[in-house]
Design a protein around this ligand. Structure first.
Ligand SMILES: Nc1ncnc2c1ncn2[C@@H]1O[C@H](COP(=O)(O)OP(=O)(O)OP(=O)(O)O)[C@@H](O)[C@H]1O
Ligand SMILES: [Mg+2]
Length: 442
């Protein structure tokens, strides 16, 4: 099989390893089509997206040797598995008995990371060969291991973006920030950076009419001070004075409350300085917040929107199950690839998916030629999301999590792995198995 056609799903939660794997696969022309943070999602994603191989950590919640075996002897296809085994651990023998085709040890060093692409290629070849020979006789599955992965996480800036309006950017940004800051108790700053229609406050139930603290006030302060001193730095106390505490460890920087304010010269004409100051805001925020989540407006010609995309460590591209939305994403990828050299920091979030809409995650990957990785899939939940807006309470912050709330927590667990366990402890409105089971066809 040509490397160009190999697709991989990764189930691992140590951020550094994930970055290294992404870069290495990209170099080898292998498409990393999805990352997941638990065993059940690994199965769902690998099968429903038609992956050729999974790279898995045995420490993922819900990961068992039996899953490796099930993937390998699937009804339609063989999906090979390559382990990412913690150095010094004793997982190898048991997983090999269940059909694991090879492994590297983590945390990855330069030697180990270079083995990843060749191992994947070899694993896919072996799995295909075994399938043809029909001589593979796996031993029976064993008890589930459910060890919380204590692998590190990366503090970072996450921009939530889409060139199309109304696809759920603000919904995703406010819920991701709530999962990290309220459920996960990580210091998190949610920035409403949508210059065309700042409305994140509505999602949080925050009344900003009488609220002096916002992005505009912060800019005014920084510019006034800069005009005197000649340097437009964002001091810690200036940032803190314009941010409001929300819940748990989540703080909120409201956006431009009235649309005409976004037309001020500071936001459109002097775009270099506007971009620089936004970068400074994020830089200063790093000192206080482990995660900075930005709701970014659709038009990336606006300096604050472009600055957010540029400065972000991860950009979540929101796509809904409509041809228009998927085509929009496809059309901006060449521009982003040209600008950033690689699409590695861009991740897809599929929002509002349901099989009745006739577009599956697999088709999205195919349409986008495997160029971007899916990092989360959120079900269609018109009632819950609208109710949440009207109640001013993000679904991820509610006492009992609806399936859409759980899906947000899982998305956030990609950034802060312990959320996987925290979300599971939370009460549920309704029990549901794998998120994508509806696409598996059972
Ligand atoms: N998973 C979902 N299922 C059903 N409806 C959803 C889902 N996610 C968001 N919505 C609904 O879609 C609408 C638009 O969502 P949202 O405001 O988050 O999008 P946006 O991309 O930020 O829009 P804008 O371009 O106006 O900023 C809202 O009514 C929201 O409740
Ligand atoms: Mg919005």
């Amino acid at each position: 099989m040509d490397n160009d056609n190999i697709t991989v799903v990764v189930g691992h939660s140590a951020w550094n390893d994930l970055q290294l794997i992404g870069a290495e696969l990209e170099k080898a022309g292998i498409a990393l089509i999805s990352t997941v943070s638990n065993g059940a999602d690994l199965m769902d994603q690998a099968r429903s997206l038609g992956a050729d191989c999974v790279l898995f950590s045995p420490t993922l919640p819900g990961m068992t040797p039996g899953l490796v075996q099930e993937l390998l002897v699937g009804i339609d296809d063989s999906i090979a598995a390559v382990g990412l085994l913690p150095a010094g651990s004793s997982y190898a023998a048991e997983y090999q008995r269940h059909g694991m085709k090879g492994f590297v040890t983590t945390p990855l060093d330069t030697v180990q990371v270079q083995r990843v692409a060749p191992l994947v290629q070899e694993a896919v070849r072996m799995a295909a060969e075994e399938r043809q020979a029909r001589s593979f006789a796996p031993v029976s599955a064993e008890d589930a291991l459910s060890i919380l992965d204590r692998g590190g996480w990366q503090q970072q800036t996450i921009a939530v973006y889409s060139s199309k309006g109304g696809v759920g950017k603000s919904t995703v940004a406010s819920n991701l920030a709530t999962a990290l800051g309220v459920l996960g108790q990580r210091p998190t700053l949610l920035v409403d950076g949508d210059m065309s229609r700042a409305n994140v406050h509505t999602f949080l139930g925050v009344d900003i009419d009488a609220e002096p603290r916002n992005l505009f006030a912060l800019y005014e302060r920084v510019i006034a001070r800069g005009n005197r001193s000649g340097s437009y730095v964002v001091q810690a106390q200036t940032l803190q004075a314009n941010v409001r505490a929300y819940r748990g460890k989540l703080h909120f920087l409201p956006g431009i409350p009235k649309m005409h304010m976004a037309g001020l010269p500071e936001f459109i004409e002097d775009s270099d300085r506007t971009m620089d100051i936004f970068g400074e805001i994020l830089e200063t925020a790093k000192g206080f917040y482990e995660f900075r989540v930005i709701d970014v407006g659709p038009d990336f010609n606006l300096p604050i929107h472009w600055a957010a995309i540029q400065k972000a460590d991860t950009v979540l591209l929101i796509v809904t199950p409509e041809r228009t939305a998927i085509t929009d994403v496809k059309n901006i990828l060449p521009t982003l690839a040209r600008e950033f050299g690689t699409l590695q920091k861009f991740r897809l979030v599929l929002n509002g998916f349901d099989e009745k809409f006739g577009i599956s995650p697999k088709e999205v990957i195919k349409f986008l030629e495997g160029k971007v990785t899916i990092v989360g899939t959120l079900p269609y939940a018109p009632t819950e999301t609208r109710l949440a807006i009207n109640e001013g309470q993000p679904v991820a912050g509610q006492k009992k999590l609806a399936p859409i709330g759980e899906a947000f927590v899982r998305l956030a667990a990609n950034f802060y792995p312990p959320l996987e366990a925290i979300g599971a402890k939370r009460g549920r409105v309704k029990k549901k198995s794998g998120l994508l089971s509806m696409f598996v066809g059972d």
